[in-house]
Ligand binder design. Structure first.
Ligand SMILES: NC(=O)c1ccc[n+]([C@@H]2O[C@H](COP(=O)([O-])OP(=O)(O)OC[C@H]3O[C@@H](n4cnc5c(N)ncnc54)[C@H](OP(=O)(O)O)[C@@H]3O)[C@@H](O)[C@H]2O)c1
Length: 301
């Protein structure tokens, strides 16, 4: 009989992941705090559960994908949480970008239930995910990874086993600080070029053809010309990841000056009322201070 896959947290990322699992023919039992957000998935064949615990009780493998460490505690712990419902021999795959220490603490509780836990945060965006190109970093026992590998591959093609539980979350946090730092540097370059006489469109086009055009700069750089109506990764989410990096830096004794700076520029974006936009809106803060017009917003002329 086909394994039942449980999925808790059906937001921008989790919802699209669950959809890919359904599209690959896997039975999915899902839960989202805001049930209405899962309607499209139910229409596509997902069975809806009443609680995270009910998902775990009915699944052979459980995935979770929620906002932050607090959200993870909310869905994983307590009488209605995932851990309470895990059956011996099952695997719990936690994919949110959250604290490595909290992940390890949860792992000990999962082991107490006779189940195995992996941390499997992802690198990419909703667009990368929809294109089937998401990358996983995985922490935990290799044997548990082998049991879930086919399901991860249904979501994305690249899996890197980083080490024991918690180290994938650590690697993800180290990876993500570069998103904000690169976007800040890109924004400075566009502002400098534009103020010195190069049209913004031409500056963006040239930068995207240059050696600084990382995959992230390639898909997010054009946002300084026009922000997406719905943020791919908003200011608050980016600040959350930068704070995870700063906390980790303090814990292990590493200085992260450009991470701290990027966090503060995003705080300025928040102060200017731009918090709901994609974090590429950091460009607008620099543009404002440089006497340049902001990026175009959806609906604005
Ligand atoms: N978006 C990206 O490009 C991207 C890329 C890589 C990694 N990530 C990471 O993926 C994770 C999810 O991001 P996302 O973009 O999918 O966010 P999202 O669209 O805001 O979805 C967040 C999910 O968490 C749930 N949630 C939040 N607080 C909760 C709580 N207290 N109790 C129960 N459920 C709660 C939400 O439920 P409701 O629907 O009820 O609010 C929703 O299902 C984050 O850790 C993020 O850093 C995102």
């Amino acid at each position: 009989m086909a394994a039942t896959l449980g999925f808790v947290g059906l937001g921008a990322m989790g919802g699209r992941m669950a959809r890919r699992l359904l599209d690959a023919g896997h039975p999915v039992l899902g839960y989202n705090r805001t049930a209405s957000r899962a309607k499209g998935l139910v229409d596509a064949g997902m069975r809806a559960a009443a609680s995270p615990r009910a998902v775990a009780e009915g699944a052979d493998v459980v995935f979770s994908m929620v906002t932050d460490t607090d959200a993870l505690q909310a869905v994983a712990r307590g009488p209605e949480g995932i851990v309470a419902g895990l059956r011996p021999g099952t695997v719990y795959v936690e994919m949110s970008t959250v604290s490595p220490a909290a992940t390890r603490a949860l792992g000990a509780e999962v082991a107490g239930r006779g189940a195995a836990m992996l941390d499997a945060p992802v690198s990419g965006s909703v667009a990368t995910l929809e294109a089937g190109q998401l990358s996983f970093m995985v922490g935990g026992e290799a044997a548990a990874l082998e049991r879930v590998r086919p399901y991860l591959l249904a979501i994305g093609p690249t899996i890197t086993h980083v080490g024991p539980l918690g180290l994938a979350a650590t690697m993800k946090i180290a990876t993500n600080l570069g998103l904000a730092v690169q976007m800040l540097a890109f924004s400075e370059a566009v502002c400098l070029a534009e103020k010195a006489g190069i049209a913004r469109e031409r500056a963006v086009e040239t930068l995207l053809r240059s050696v600084i055009a990382s995959p992230m700069v390639k898909y997010r750089g054009p946002f300084v010309l026009g922000m997406p109506a719905e943020a791919w990764f908003d200011v608050g989410m980016m600040q959350k990841d930068l704070r995870l990096a700063l906390d980790l830096g303090r814990a292990v004794g590493v200085t992260l000056p450009s991470t701290a700076l990027s966090h503060e520029w995003l705080a300025a974006a928040r102060g200017l009322g731009l918090a709901d936009h994609d974090f590429a809106v950091v460009f607008d803060v620099l543009a404002e201070l440089s006497g340049l017009p902001p990026s175009k917003k959806s609906g604005a002329t």
